[in-house]
Ligand binder design. Structure first.
Ligand code: SAM
Length: 258
C-alpha cells in the first residue's frame, strides 16, 4: 500500500498545515513557466498555487489522494483550469514536456526510502526541467529527538499545527528507527471525537520515511548533476543553521558545459 493510499480520507483532516503555502506560492509566481509538483497529494499546495494563477501539474502515485485533489479542485474557482493532475511515480515518469520549476513540498522526497530511489527521482526531474529551471524541496533536519527508537505521544486539537481543528482528532505516533538504513517506520493511531467527546472512529496509518543529513544531500545533488543555488532553514527564508528544523533546497541542473 502506498503512503497516499494509507492516509486516504484522513490526510486532509490531519495535515491542515498552512505555514509553508505562501512560500510555495511565491516561488511558483517567480517561475517563468509552468510548475510541476511531485507528490502533490490532495492538492494542499497545488490548488492554492493554481488559484494564484500559476499553471501547475501535480503528480502523485496514489489514486486516492488524486481523487481528493480533483474533487476539491472541482468545487473551487474556474482558475483551476490551470491545474493538471496526473498519476505517476516521481522515480520514473515521462510527461513529455518541461517545466520552469519543480517542487516537492512537505518532505515527500523522504518517502523515497533508498539512495537509489532518490537518484532515480532526481534524474527524472532533471529531464523535466527547462534550461535554467529550478527544483525546490524540503526535508526535516534529523535531530536526536525525532530519531528515538520508539516514542509515543498524543496531540489534540489546536496543540499541534499539523492537526485539523474539527472534529477533534487525537494522534498517537509510534516510530521505530532503523539507524543503518536511516529509515523511520511510523505507525499513527488516530482517534476522531464527536461533540460529546466520545470516540467516533479509530484508524491506523503506517508509513516509512528516510532521513538524510545535510552533507549527504549535498553529495547526492552534486552526483545527480545539480548545483545548489540557495538553502533556507524555514519558510520565512532564514538561513539554514544548527537550530533549523527544516532544510529547504533550491537547486538547478548543472549545464552540460559546466
Ligand atoms: C506528505 S504527502 C504531501 C502531499 C502534498 N504535497 C502536501 O504538501 O500536502 C506525500 C505525497 O507523496 C506521494 N508519494 C509518495 N511516494 C511517491 C512517489 N514515489 N511518486 C509520486 N508520489 C508519491 C503520496 O501519495 C502523498 O500524496
Amino acid at each position: 500500500m502506498t503512503y497516499g493510499d494509507a492516509w486516504g480520507q484522513l490526510y486532509d483532516k490531519v495535515h491542515a498545515l498552512q505555514e509553508d503555502v505562501p512560500f510555495w506560492i511565491s516561488e511558483a509566481e517567480m517561475a517563468t513557466g509552468p510548475v510541476l509538483e511531485l507528490g502533490c497529494g490532495t492538492g494542499r499546495v497545488t490548488i492554492p498555487v493554481s488559484q494564484a494563477g500559476v499553471t501547475i501539474t501535480g503528480l502523485d502515485n496514489s489514486t486516492v489522494m488524486l481523487a481528493q485533489a480533483r474533487s476539491k479542485a472541482k468545487k473551487l474557482s474556474p482558475r483551476t483550469k490551470t491545474l493538471h493532475l496526473v498519476k505517476g511515480d516521481m522515480r520514473d515518469f515521462n510527461l513529455e514536456r518541461q517545466f520552469n520549476l519543480a517542487i516537492i513540498p512537505f518532505r515527500s522526497f523522504q518517502l523515497l526510502l533508498s539512495v537509489e530511489d532518490q537518484r532515480r527521482a532526481l534524474a527524472c526531474i532533471k529531464k523535466h526541467l527547462e534550461p535554467g529551471g529550478r527544483l525546490i524541496f524540503n526535508l526535516f533536519v534529523p535531530k536526536a529527538g525525532c530519531l528515538e527508537k520508539q516514542k509515543t505521544f498524543s496531540l489534540s486539537g489546536n496543540e499541534a499545527t499539523c492537526l485539523g481543528k474539527t472534529p477533534k482528532i487525537e494522534l498517537e505516533e509510534k516510530s521505530q528507527h532503523d539507524e543503518y538504513n536511516q529509515i523511520i517506520y511510523v505507525k499513527n493511531v488516530l482517534k476522531e471525537y464527536g461533540e460529546g467527546g466520545t470516540t467516533q472512529k479509530r484508524s491506523e496509518v503506517s508509513y516509512a520515511l528516510r532521513y538524510t543529513y545535510q552533507r549527504e544531500i549535498q553529495s547526492l545533488l552534486k552526483n545527480a548533476g545539480y548545483r545548489i543555488l540557495e538553502t533556507f532553514g524555514n519558510f520565512q527564508r532564514e538561513p539554514l543553521s544548527e537550530t533549523s528544523e527544516e532544510m529547504i533546497w533550491v537547486v538547478t541542473p548543472i549545464e552540460p558545459s559546466a
